[in-house]
Ligand binder design. Sequence first.
Ligand SMILES: [Zn+2]
Length: 128
Amino acid sequence: MTAPGVRDAGYDDFVDALAEGEGYYLECENGHGTLPPRRVCPHCGSRELVETALPETGTIDSYTVVHVAAPAFADDVPYAVAVADFGAVRLTGQLQSDLDAVETGLTVAPRVGKSETTGERLLTFELR
Ligand SMILES: [Zn+2]
């Protein structure tokens, strides 16, 4: 059973929505948040996952500056990979600029950028 209005919960759909400024996460009836693609809440096993609007901004929880990357990201360095807290969910994304300014507790907005190396879409953060 799929509730009305729930997409096929694929990661590409999630990225599409985020690119349009309509990011969402999946929330079960117990308030656990998770990111697509999921059909079952990883916290409690609920299958009643409802798309819930992602807050426009989150807060950097932790980050790592990458100077030497795997081949798939070789042309992206240096960049930071940050984990940001959006309340019910955490997103991991790349920060491609302002590396000297990055610190935990900063406010970021999720964006969809692309890898300098492969051109593939990836989740990025913009400092706010
Ligand atoms: Zn749950």
